[in-house]
Design a protein around this ligand. Sequence first.
Ligand SMILES: Nc1nc2c(ncn2[C@@H]2O[C@H](COP(=O)(O)OP(=O)(O)OP(=O)(O)O)[C@@H](O)[C@H]2O)c(=O)[nH]1
Ligand SMILES: [Mg+2]
Length: 567
Amino acid sequence: MWCNPGMEADPAAIAALRPRLEKLTELLDGVEFNLPTPSRDHAERVRVAVIRTVTEYLIPRLDEPQAPIVAVVIGPSGTGKSTIVNSLANDRISDVGALRPTTRNAVLWAHRDHGSRYWSEFVSRVRDRVGQTVEVVIGDDDLTADLTIIDTPPSEFVTPSGRRPALDALALADLCVFVTSPSRYADISAWEFLREIRWRGVPMLFVLNRLPPDRTEAISLLNDFAGRLHDNGLLLEADAAMVFGVNEAVGDRWHGGLDPGAVGALRNELGAVSNTGYRDTLVSMTAYTTGRNVVDRCRVIIEEFQKVAAIRERLDEVVSAAYGSQVSEITIMMAGGSLRDMARHKSWSEAAVDLTAIVTRRAGVSAQATATSWLDDPTGEALLEGKGTTLWRHTEDTSWDVQGRLEDWEETLALVAARNSRSGSLRPRVAARLASKAWRAVIDPELKPSGIVKRKLKRNMAAFVEEARSSLSNVIKESLDFDARRFTDRLDDHAPVAERLGRELTAISALLEGEDHPYLETVPDLDGEAPLTVERDDLDAEPTASPEGADGPGDEAAVATENDADA
Ligand SMILES: Nc1nc2c(ncn2[C@@H]2O[C@H](COP(=O)(O)OP(=O)(O)OP(=O)(O)O)[C@@H](O)[C@H]2O)c(=O)[nH]1
Ligand SMILES: [Mg+2]
């Protein structure tokens, strides 16, 4: 079997994986999904979740494989999560009550021995994650020697600031204890929550609390719950023995828990982490599965990049076509003599004012044509609505920008004239004087050259006009590009980051699957989507016997986890 109890973490493997994971989060940190695609919000949630999982779970776990296992108790309100924690402790750890929700802040129960550097870092990580109001209860229960238990507010509880403490705490978990009750286990919200957390790949223990005293009834409830878990890919088999059943107790105990015997099997299972082999297996399995799921989740981000690239290309084509056609039209007008009227002006800068008006108008036409086509695309439509400034007409700066570019063109024209002059070069002052006359020939095909133009350009006139026209077209194109950039600037280009991300994912996968790294070799040989189980039989630890009266899976207990690419 896959398990390799007692194997120490391989520093080389961790050393190799760590910088990769850091690089990955650095890359993801820099990603902004600005294009309002239908899948953007999902991709963004995945991005945030992946960063958190890597920085708050994976890296710390790889750094300190021997740190206590973190078990997070989650589930719907009033199902008895806090009651279960108090029962495990046989002490008051977390308040129980009839108010819904009772637990509003996470409660962290840990052993007083964890005063190491790890510990303060861990608590501050929990506080960063779950909120500063986390209560820390320190005790000396053996169960917590290698295990830190976090009781959480109900899974559906959202703080006024929009946080979901249960989800937040889960990001830190090596293990998850899901507690529900006969009245709550069929709730859709609970299943949605379970589906939401499945991707994380944390091994889960399931507790069905407050079972009726009637044994047949209790067993049928356990069977039904196990069946549903199985159908949702959360339990390997639809077997009631894989769920911890806890009977509804009569009467209250001072600590708000049940008789410890009622949770004996669960305590036993959790206590198994004090067995080094079991512990190491659990840690490496969770770290491995989480690592794999991180890689899988990043595919969602890459897919979003691909979608963005396709939309970008489509919308970009519209922009090029709309603006490009106006450039061609002005060029044709120029060659056909339609701009000849401008030749009447005394100087090019005066003519440039007329041409500016034409180009600016054409920019407006292009903008309108682009906006109209973008309206046909949901992303394009959303972009048109955003950002406040209208895209339906040219910008306020367009005219100013066009005029500047057109006026400057006279300098280019001087160079073109010098190149096409009889001698092939002219002193700048002469070239400038030549340009100040020759511009008319560019916009008036029928103009007869005279004076300096005739003298200097004579035989090369046609070549000069052609080159000059093409350079003026370029200036017009650049002017319209300036206007078009308002559209294209809204289209993110993720290609470079997509490529780097792809490379990191390949490297991380290779490290996770690599055979050179004993730490990661201790993890099971997963075949993709199949859930995996840590069978207690596979471990060389003998579990201690279940206390009397405990309902639950005992030795047959299984830790099941689902490896789901996209919850
Ligand atoms: N009599 C009896 N009451 C129970 C049992 N389990 C839970 N309760 C009661 O159910 C109520 C809710 O229990 P809690 O442990 O506070 O439930 P919770 O899941 O922590 O609830 P939240 O903190 O709101 O999420 C309390 O009044 C408990 O005393 C049980 O087995 N027997
Ligand atoms: Mg509670």
